[in-house]
Design a protein. Sequence first.
Length: 287
Amino acid sequence: MLVSAKDMLTKAKKGHYAVGQFNINNLEWTRAILETSEELKSPVILGVSEGAGKYMCGFKTVTAMVTEMVNYLNITVPVALHLDHGTYEGTKACIEAGFSSVMFDGSHYPIDENIAKTKEFVEITKAKGISLEAEVGSIGGEEDGVIGAGECADPNECKMIADLGVTMLAAGIGNIHGKYPANWKGLSFETLDAIQKLTGDMPLVLHGGTGIPDDMIKKAISLGVSKINVNTECQLAFAAATRKYIEEGKDLEGKGYDPRKLLKPGFEAIKATVKEKMELFGSVGKA
Ligand SMILES: [Zn+2]
C-alpha cells in the first residue's frame, strides 16, 4: 500500500534525519529503489516528474506499476508515490490517478496566486488523506524545461504558504537541479535558518541533492530539512555503469545483449547510490 509522506516526514523532522525522494523513470529504477529501501529498512518517497509520467505512459500506469511492485516484492517499509514539481493540471491528474503525495509547484506565480492555488490543493489533499508539498522561491537549474535562477526564498512568504496547512515546504536556498557549476556559492544556511524559525515544525524540502557536499547536507538536516530530492545522481550512476558494460564489450559476449543482463550493472549502480544517500541522510533503520 502506498502511504502519505506526512508521518514519515514528521518523524524525520523530530528525529533529525531526512527521507530521500528518489525519482523513477522505468521498471528497473523503481525496483532498485524499492529493494534498497526494504534492505535498509528505510522509508522512501518515489518521485515522478510530469515528463517521466508521460514517458511511463501516464500517471495511472505509474500508480499501477508501483502498487503491484510493492505487493510483488513484499515491501514492508513506508512508500509514498509523489508527483515532483506538479503544474496545476498535473497535480489534479495525479490525485485522480491515485498518487499518495503531490507537489504543486506554484513558485513561478506571483505569491498571491501561489497562495490561492496552493490553498485549493490543501483542501483537496486533506480530504483524500494525501500529502502536499508546496514551493516558494524557484530552485535553480532546469527541470522538464522549466529553468529557475537559484534564488533564495523570502522567509515571510514561506511562512504564508506553510500556514495554509501544506505537509512539507520546498524553499530555494541557493540549490540547483542537475549538476552544480564550478563557481556555485553553496547553500544559504542563513536563509534556511530564518525559514525554519518562522515555519517551526514544518518539514522542509531540499531539491537538487546531487553534488551538494556531505557536510552541507548534514548541516541542512540540522536546520530542519527532512526531505531531500535525488534524481541526477542516479541517472549519472546508471549511465556510467551501462557505458562501462558496453565499452568492455560485455554485450557482445554470449547473451550479453539480453536486456536483463545489459541493464543489470546500471540497476546495481542505482541501488548503490540510493544506499549511500540513505546512509548520509540518516533514514536507515527508521521504517
Ligand atoms: Zn526539484
